[in-house]
Ligand binder design. Structure first.
Ligand code: ATP
Ligand code: MG
Length: 693
């Protein structure tokens, strides 16, 4: 009976409801049904359906601790948990206390991997006190190894440090032979196969010696673990249900983890859109989602959704038209009931400065008309594309927050404080030790290396350092430093008080090292604030390294404040989100598609999907901006320079009927622009004087 259905099911359309209810037998909580794939276009409610499914499981008695929910970012996981709790709490009423601990296993593959690895470290010969290297640390370590092995000296044309790490990472994530990866993605490095293999072996050894894991290791060790049948059964047995959002952007390693956890697919539900696959540079494998149903016998159930609830029909029609030109065929054409007469706009401006001007003006005008800044976003391909806009927004005092750009944690002073904590946590972490020791006056790279070696040899931090004679200039600071490490080692202060101990110690060094110590202190206060959200030092370090908070600028220095601010985001980081109004910058050839992609048809197709992702973020208003001059920031081999640009090839002339065209600033009719109008007269000088009276 329709009326007997809980309210949350009534809100869904029949296809969504089928996906939510699939394989869930009321009263048989521990039983998981056959595998399920939801494959559907943007804004069709995939994420929403997944959240309802999780809530439906909980309402039907599944223990929330036995649900594993994998998302694309920590933000997405947090948002999903909130939704699930809201839906389930409303349905459960007084019984909602089962939700008290919330979903304990919800997060990115990397974050969940880190947690499971700590739990099962003993089973795989891993020291559970491992620390995690971010990309920069990993590149540094790779470089060090490369140096030590003499590869940087013997041959000038040996791949650069960043390239070495990219190659390594791609091989690991794609689970493909090195030669194949070189041939397909790193043609300049073909021929170095043997040397790269030696280098990578040494890199792996260095990581193991130091008890550090890089991002890829979190997946790799996890995959190894579940490749072992007994462990796979144990770990897989902890979860009745495993649900994955944005499945089109998983790579082969991630797919193998899922299959290891749930070999027969029971309890597995994945969701995604093949037309939104945009992470091939991280070895994402579009075949994962296409091949999913056939992995299992009997095949997985497939649900498709074709109604879009997000965008107006004209926006959707334009996005559909762009993706329909793709050489691959995507299964669905979306429709929307949200009628509107406003077509998306293609706005031609002179250059990037005008583009920044236009966006700032438009955003302000929209706010005047009642659209909060938070419901507007500006999207761009690469982080540095927002530079001129950031300047303009700051000039006009429009607060903004930037996603996917330079991270808060990349700031030197924040890294310093984290390095102290990491060194205390894992004395074998050389990158951390190296950084920390050099904060002391008089200690340079040579003495730091000597001390780090000594610590590694002894295996204990304070005793090893006590035996060292500090360089004379650091003599005064040395006892205080050892004292700090002792206190951190004893964990006497507890978390998060430990971070205050570090800040206190670091204060004088900060003043000595940086002129703008005061602003940096403010960042550290914010870091301490963030620290209060974590249960332990280890959780704080792990989760912060894996998914750092976003960089903020403008007036909204603290995104936690409930202030109104404009969102700036790379398209990649905008995945899964939506705003009432969206501006997309630099919709020109050379940027979309990027100069770098020009050449391989496959890369170009991914660029088209990127534009599709950007366009489908908009609910009501969409502007694609085309600057006629565009500055390439050394991303092509031709270096930094201005180029004349034209509208992206993904919107050829026949598709223009889906858009309205606009030139900005609007051309002024001759004669009317010269003389000042007969408007009201304002005594500006008097006004300015009165400001001070
Ligand atoms: P993307 O591909 O961008 O990740 P998606 O398919 O995950 O999109 P959602 O983000 O889940 O789509 O939903 C898009 C919008 O549609 C949201 O605002 C959501 O609340 C709304 N929505 C989804 N299903 C329904 C429904 N049955 N009734 C009303 N609104 C809905
Ligand atoms: Mg989604």
């Amino acid at each position: 009976l329709e009326t007997a259905l809980p309210g949350y099911l009534q809100r869904l359309n029949p296809d969504q409801r089928r996906a939510v209810e699939f394989g869930v037998t009321p009263g048989a909580a521990g039983m998981a049904g056959a595998p399920l794939l939801i494959i559907a276009g943007a804004g069709s409610g995939k994420t929403n359906t997944l959240a309802h499914r999780v809530a439906h499981l909980v309402v039907n008695g599944v223990d929330p601790r036995r649900i594993l929910l994998l998302t694309f970012s920590r933000r997405a996981a947090a948002e999903m948990c909130r939704r699930v709790e809201r839906i389930a709490a409303a349905a459960l009423g007084p019984k909602a206390s089962v939700l008290s601990e919330g979903l304990t296993f919800a997060g990115t593959f990397h974050a969940v991997g880190a947690r499971l690895l700590r739990d099962y470290a003993a089973h795989i010969g891993l020291d559970p006190a491992f620390t995690i290297h971010d990309r920069e640390d990993s590149a540094d370590l790779m470089n060090l190894v490369r140096h030590e092995m003499g590869f940087s000296k013997t041959e000038k044309r040996f791949p650069a440090k960043g390239t070495c790490l990219s190659i390594y990472s791609r091989v690991v994530n794609a689970q493909a032979p090195l030669a194949a990866i070189l041939a397909s993605a790193f043609p300049w490095s073909v021929g170095w196969e043997a040397e790269l293999k030696t280098l990578f072996a040494a890199y792996v050894e260095a990581k193991q010696r130091q008890n550090v894991l890089d991002y890829d290791d979190l997946l790799l060790y996890w995959a190894q673990m579940v490749g072992e049948p007994s462990l796979a059964a144990e770990i897989g047995g902890r979860f009745d249900h495993v649900l994955v959002d944005e499945y089109q952007d998983t790579n082969r390693l991630q797919a193998s983890i899922l299959l290891g956890l749930k070999p027969d697919g029971r309890g597995l539900a994945v969701v995604g859109d093949d037309a939104q696959s945009i992470y091939s540079f991280r070895a994402a494998e579009i075949r994962n989602i296409l091949d999913f149903p056939g992995h299992f016998t009997p095949r997985a159930a497939v649900v498709t959704l074709d109604r879009n609830y997000r965008s107006t029909q004209p926006i959707l029609a334009a996005a559909n038209a762009v993706i329909a030109e793709a050489s691959e065929r995507y299964a669905k054409e979306l429709w929307s009931e949200r009628a509107s007469v406003e077509r998306p706009q293609i706005v031609t401006v002179r250059d990037e400065i005008e583009q920044a001007n236009f966006v700032a003006s438009e955003v302000l005008a929209a706010r005047e008309a009642g659209l909060a800044l938070k419901s507007q976003a500006v999207l761009f391909r690469a982080s540095h594309h927002s530079g001129p806009l950031e300047v303009e927004l700051t000039r006009r005092n429009i607060p903004f927050v930037k996603f996917g750009g330079l991270k808060f944690l990349d700031a030197a002073h924040v890294k310093d404080v984290l390095a102290v904590l990491r060194f205390a946590e894992n004395p074998r972490d050389r990158a951390a030790g190296f950084r920390v020791l050099q904060l002391l006056p008089g200690i340079g790279p040579a003495s730091a290396r000597r001390m780090v070696d000594a610590v590694s040899a002894v295996g204990a931090l304070v005793p090893a350092l006590e035996a060292q004679t500090p360089p004379p200039r650091s003599g005064e600071d040395w006892p205080g430093f050892l004292d700090l490490l002792r206190r951190l080692g004893s964990r006497a202060a507890g978390w998060p008080a430990e971070i205050d101990q570090v800040r206190e110690w670091y204060g004088p060094h900060l003043e000595r090292l940086h002129e703008d110590a005061a602003t940096r202190q403010a960042d550290l206060v914010q870091l301490a604030q963030i620290a209060t959200g974590y249960a332990s030092r280890e959780r704080f370090l792990t989760e912060l390294t894996l998914d750092p908070p976003d960089a903020t600028s403008g007036r909204a220095a603290d995104p936690l404040l409930d202030e109104d601010y404009l969102i700036l985001s790379t398209i990649h980081s905008a995945k899964g989100q939506e705003w009432k109004s969206v501006h997309v910058l630099n919709v020109v050839d050379g940027c979309m598609p990027s100069d770098l992609a020009v050449g391989s048809a496959k890369d170009i197709e991914e660029e088209r999907r990127l534009l599709y992702v950007a366009m489908t973020r908009a609910k009501d208003h969409l502007h694609l901006i085309v600057p006629q001059r565009f500055f390439t920031h050394g991303q092509s081999s031709r270096g930094d320079r201005h180029v004349y640009a034209s509208r992206t090839r993904f919107i050829p002339s026949p598709l223009l009927r889906h858009f309205s065209a606009r030139l900005w600033p609007e051309p002024v009719e001759s004669g009317s622009a010269t003389a000042p109008s007969e408007g009201p007269r304002i005594d500006v000088r008097a006004r300015l004087r009165s400001m001070w009276s």
